[in-house]
Design a protein around this ligand. Structure first.
Ligand code: MUC
Ligand code: MG
Length: 375
């Protein structure tokens, strides 16, 4: 019968732990292996689709851990959509939200798998289902986050020489501000002509931010991400008002209403879009619309996804009317093993959005089996 071909017959989950090429440090956590929940959806016609939820260091970057994500998908989110048509994208979004409030990473991973499966079943790219592409490649930065300036300079020079990245994001806040400034100065001086973004991951107070703004300006930093804790809206707005460098909102805004609160407070002029924050590809597009209505520019954020999660982000990013700051989906290159047989292409300082049906990826089942968490 019409529609039954795309009915959701199965939703399966597995946790995988993927070592990274080096230690990745943030103000409040550090990792040397990244953990994901990989979601497999099977439709009535036998088509399958894949999605991924990433977390950083357990329930620390956000409240979801891979263990919680998996349990909530298996126990609540999957039962809410089983038997429904995968083509009912909005209705399935409502069903999943009713079944599990917040749990944005969990719902986003399932929705990505549904877009992948539906796309394969219909022979259409997920980006077509999301409105059609506006761009097929996106400028992509690389994050320097070992905390060791020598290592970071060496890593950046290799990325530059390979013409993979020319814009770098320096993670700050795990050293003292003075030590971070010394480290940042060395990196900036070693990389003339490169654009430098700083992500403080909530590590500073208003006073620290005000104190170091002139130094960041002298160094030519182009963007400062999430300097203060979410919730400190007035303090962040004061920093933004006196900062000659744009402030980017990351952890401070997951939901639409949170983004509205940040916009009303003038707490930043760039927004980092992430599936783990918005809770799905369609919600991510709506977040982009809210930001645009406030005159806030857009940046394609990541949580160190493999090519599976990166492809879902790129499907949505490729359809956005504006994406002024490019993206940071370098995740497929920081994991030691990618989870697909056709890794996403990084060339000429851009990440190339996968073409082809669904998310345009071919899962590597051997890699999945090897990296699956045992027990
Ligand atoms: C974050 O806060 O932006 C993404 C890239 C990176 O280096 O850290 C993460 C999370
Ligand atoms: Mg960030």
């Amino acid at each position: 019968a019409p529609g039954r071909r795309q009915s959701i017959a199965a939703v399966e989950t597995v946790i995988v732990d993927v070592p990274t090429t080096r230690r990745h440090r943030l103000s409040n956590t550090e990792i040397s292996a990244q953990s994901y929940v990989i979601v497999r959806v099977v439709l009535g016609d036998g088509t399958e689709g894949w999605g991924e939820a990433a977390t950083l260091g357990g329930p620390r970057w956000a409240e979801e851990s891979v263990e919680a994500i998996r349990a909530n998908i298996d126990g609540y989110i999957a039962p809410a959509i089983l038997g429904r048509s995968a083509l009912e994208f909005e209705a399935n979004g409502l069903r999943m939200t009713r079944a599990a409030s917040r749990n944005n990473a969990a719902r986003a991973a399932v929705e990505a798998a549904l877009f992948d499966a539906a796309g394969h079943s219909l022979g259409l790219p997920a980006s077509t289902l999301l409105g059609g592409v506006v761009r097929d490649r996106i400028e992509v930065l690389w994050a320097l986050a070992s905390g060791d300036a020598d290592q970071e300079i060496d890593e950046a020079r290799r990325k530059l020489a390979a013409r993979e990245h020319r814009r770098f994001k320096i993670k700050l806040g795990f050293h003292s501000p003075a030590d971070d400034m010394a480290r940042l100065t060395r990196i900036v001086e070693a990389l003339p002509g490169c654009e430098i973004v700083c992500d403080v991951n909530q590590g500073w107070t208003e006073a620290t931010a005000i104190r170091y703004l002139p130094r960041l300006q002298d160094l030519g930093v182009v963007l400062i991400e999430q300097p203060l804790r979410p919730g400190l809206l007035a303090a962040t707005a004061r920093v933004a008002a006196r900062s000659p460098i744009p402030i980017m909102i990351d952890e401070a805004a997951f939901t639409g209403p949170e983004l509205v609160a940040n916009g009303m407070a003038a707490a930043g002029s760039v927004y980092s879009l992430k599936l783990v924050k918005s809770g799905g590809l369609m919600e991510l597009k709506r977040a982009a619309g809210i930001a645009q209505a406030f005159g806030i520019e857009l940046y394609g954020g990541c949580l160190l996804e493999t090519s599976v999660g990166a492809a879902a982000h790129l499907a949505a990013f490729s359809t956005l009317p504006a994406l002024e700051w490019g993206c940071e989906h370098f995740g497929p290159r920081i994991v030691r093993t990618d989870l697909v047989r056709n890794p996403i292409v990084f060339r000429d300082f851009h990440v190339h959005c996968p073409a082809g049906p669904g998310l345009g990826i071919a899962i590597d089942r051997d890699a999945l089996a090897t990296l699956a968490r045992k027990g």
